[in-house]
Design a protein around this ligand. Structure first.
Ligand code: BGC
Length: 707
């Protein structure tokens, strides 16, 4: 087995159990199971085990000290489910849940090539009974409601029977923290037993989930090896009845392997030169595969299904950090994630109405489509989410050529968001000319709230309007709005400080005093945990890439000189307190020729969770950053940029000898190989695409374009 597909706990054993539970969590987009210790199941064990089902949440009214019209009404919090891996063993009078059994973890290995977690423990009871416990577990990629475990007991020094059972009790641990990034609401689920299954109800949302344990009769005569298989089936309680028969373990395993083979065939990135980095990149891609909802009704939570950070909410993270990866490697998953946005369009339309605006405004953070952000300056005010969603639909169309999906599913989203921009923005005389201004918004940089003309927002809204015009003409819909959309897009305001030669992040940013970085102790980062928002907002300080992100997306609109100036300026005032930042700074460093810097940012990005750089892996992985590591490699080192076709250029840092990956473009598979000074693109002979070598790299386009 290629070691660079294995994540092994030995090298991480100095870490807290909660940290390992996150990294070794397994999931399939519907179910996610933290790698809690199978035998240390009682409450005094320091871990934080549990499981999640994508979209299964509880809600409750938000209690505001002071309320204002239109504030979000309800919290939504993903429910922590019982630890599906917890085991109870009994031998004679001894019960593993009653007394402390000594367990030594000999092995904990995540085989990412197959999507299976392997564990091996040596166990001794207080009365001296000893045996080995081996475990294989995974969330099935092919039957998404199944979590499958196989336990094997070997080398027992006794002959009495062992009883194995699988108690499913919700062991609730609420993170006692003031960290606003963590869910600290307790939602105790209600449980109703029904013979061999139980129904769990979220008390406020009244959502129901049934869990049935299938298999594993678990009574053995020891002395010989015992293998017992449990399959846990989770489904919405109102859904179809449970399958009558369970599939056998070997079939599940064969399907899992096959599914992962396909995933890696389309998505793997091979890096020659650094083994640890190779494993780290695969670890990121693996978690991306594990966290994506695939049913069109769920999405990708900021922490995937690995922890309760950010309450299981979906953000713009999906569209801007994850969808490039899926669109270029697994377009079906991209399509499912985009479909989710279309299904919540009615909630977005209602929200726009609540704000007395036309069209639709998507929630900044949500599970079921309703706005749940209780702090609107860093929540609802991030209107850019509308345009981010549209950008992702547009990228999907360009890369896949699937116009039918845009016609049937995407176009309404594009039209409704364009209507919103037209009603929210204002035509104002500015800098001596009539301009379309979008005032009172928050851009991606959450350390500058409620500003006028955030550059990123305006650039994205302009793109949203132009795409709406294109689709309106193509489908002959909303024709009466085309002129107004055109005028707003053409007159969109972009601030520029000519004396300093800088793009303005917003109207005021460059006029504020620069944050006193020199006097800020390292312990005071992230600033959001140490300073009142007002203190942060009145300074020039960025939490994350903002203008630089806009420049990454629309690079063709800027001169190289401008990109460099803005990069250098904004880099100095950016703290990277958000995990969404470094990857973008890496991409743009590559593109402006600062390869050494690009590599440094990339390394932080690539290994962020394995090194616990943000110090909160216990609450779950940083999914957007994982997508960001793909961006750093593919948009950065390989220079991928869409320009009526895809362009690739070589920005490989000296530390990487060779970079090879696949892209799916117009339904064709491209294999790209970068070595020092060269970019090679392999393509099937009759592909319908042509490759043009230019001085700057290569350009892959559809043949039809040339004729
Ligand atoms: C970032 C947002 C992001 C959210 C969820 C915040 O810290 O500032 O941009 O959407 O985390 O990942």
């Amino acid at each position: 087995m290629d070691k660079r597909f294995l994540l092994q706990a030995q090298e991480l054993s100095h870490q807290k159990p909660e940290y390992l539970e996150t990294l070794f969590a397994v999931g399939n987009g519907q179910i996610g199971v933290r790698a809690g210790h199978p035998l240390k199941v009682n409450a005094n064990y320091p871990g934080n085990p549990g499981a999640f089902v994508n979209g299964f949440f509880d809600s409750e009214p938000i209690q505001y000290g002071e309320w204002a019209y239109g504030y979000a009404k309800e919290h939504q919090t993903i429910c922590k489910l019982p630890n599906l891996r917890g085991l109870s063993l009994s031998i004679g009078q001894e019960q593993s849940t009653d007394s402390v059994w000594q367990t030594e973890q000999i092995q904990l290995t995540l085989n990412m090539a197959e999507g299976i977690l392997h564990e091996f423990y040596h166990v001794e009871t207080p009365l001296g009974k000893a045996f080995d416990l081996e475990m294989q577990s995974f969330a099935s990629m092919t039957r998404s409601e199944f979590y499958v475990c196989r336990y094997t007991i070997k080398n027992a020094n006794f002959t009495e029977p062992i009883t194995v059972s699988h108690p499913l009790d919700q062991r609730f641990t609420v993170n006692q923290t003031d960290d606003p990034r963590v869910a600290n609401k307790e939602h105790q689920l209600l449980k109703e037993e029904h013979g061999d299954y139980a129904i769990w109800t979220a008390p406020h949302s009244q959502k129901k989930l049934a869990i049935r344990v299938i298999g594993g009769d678990g009574q053995i005569q020891s002395g010989e090896s015992l293998t017992t298989v449990f399959q846990l089936r989770l489904q919405e309680a109102e859904g179809a009845p449970f399958y009558q028969d369970a599939v056998d373990f070997e079939t599940f395993v064969a399907e899992q392997r096959e599914s992962y083979q396909q995933f890696w065939a389309a998505s793997d990135i091979e890096i020659t030169g650094d083994q640890e980095l190779q494993m780290g990149i695969r670890f990121n891609l693996f978690h991306l595969n594990q966290g994506a909802g695939r049913d069109g009704r769920t999405n990708f939570a900021a922490k995937g299904l690995t922890g309760e950070g950010y309450e299981g909410h979906y953000f713009w993270d999906t569209e801007m950090y994850l969808l490039p990866f899926f669109t270029y490697t697994n377009p079906d998953i991209a399509k499912a994630l985009l479909t989710y946005r279309a299904t919540i369009l009615p909630q977005a339309q209602k929200r726009a109405q609540e704000l007395s605006q036309d069209g639709a405004l998507f929630a900044w953070r949500t599970i079921d489509g309703q706005e749940t952000s209780a702090y609107y300056p860093a929540g609802t005010a991030q209107l850019h989410i509308n345009a981010d969603i549209v950008y992702a639909f547009q990228l999907y169309e360009r890369v896949t050529g699937d116009v039918r999906f845009i016609e049937e599913v995407g176009s309404e989203v594009v039209f409704e968001t364009a209507k919103f921009w037209l009603s929210y923005g204002d035509f104002i005389e500015k800098d001596g000319k009539l301009s379309f201004c979008i005032n009172g918004v928050t851009g991606p940089d959450e350390y500058s709230a409620l500003v006028n003309n955030n550059f990123y927002t305006n650039k994205m809204a302009q793109n949203n309007l132009y795409y709406a015009i294109e689709l309106a003409k193509r489908y002959e819909k909303n024709m009466e709005l085309i002129d107004q959309w055109q005028q707003a897009a053409d007159l969109m305001y972009f601030g520029y400080d000519a004396s300093r030669g800088l793009t303005k992040q917003d109207d005021e940013f460059l006029e504020q005093s620069v944050w006193p970085f020199e006097e800020t102790p390292a312990a005071n980062y992230p600033l959001l945990l140490h300073y009142h928002p007002m203190i942060i907002y009145k300074h020039q300080v960025c939490k994350q890439a903002d203008t630089v992100l806009a420049q990454m997306l629309f690079m063709g609109d800027f001169t190289l000189e401008q990109l460099k100036q803005d990069y250098q300026y904004y880099e100095k005032v950016t703290t990277h307190d958000s995990s969404l930042s470094r990857s973008i700074f890496s991409v743009m460093a590559s593109r402006i020729g600062e390869t050494a810097k690009a590599y440094r940012y990339f390394m932080d990005t690539a290994l962020m969770d394995l090194t616990d750089l943000q110090k909160n892996v216990v609450d779950g992985i940083h999914a957007a950053n994982m997508g960001g590591s793909w961006l750093s490699l593919i948009y950065g080192f390989a220079g991928l940029y869409y320009d009526e076709g895809i362009r690739l250029s070589n920005h490989l840092p000296t530390e990487i000898d060779e970079l090879a990956f696949k892209l799916s473009y117009q339904g064709e598979e491209l294999r790209i190989i970068l070595r020092e000074g060269s970019v090679e693109c392999q393509l099937a002979p009759e592909s319908g695409l042509f490759i043009e070598q230019t001085a700057k790299g290569i350009w892959v386009r559809k043949i039809a374009k040339k004729i």
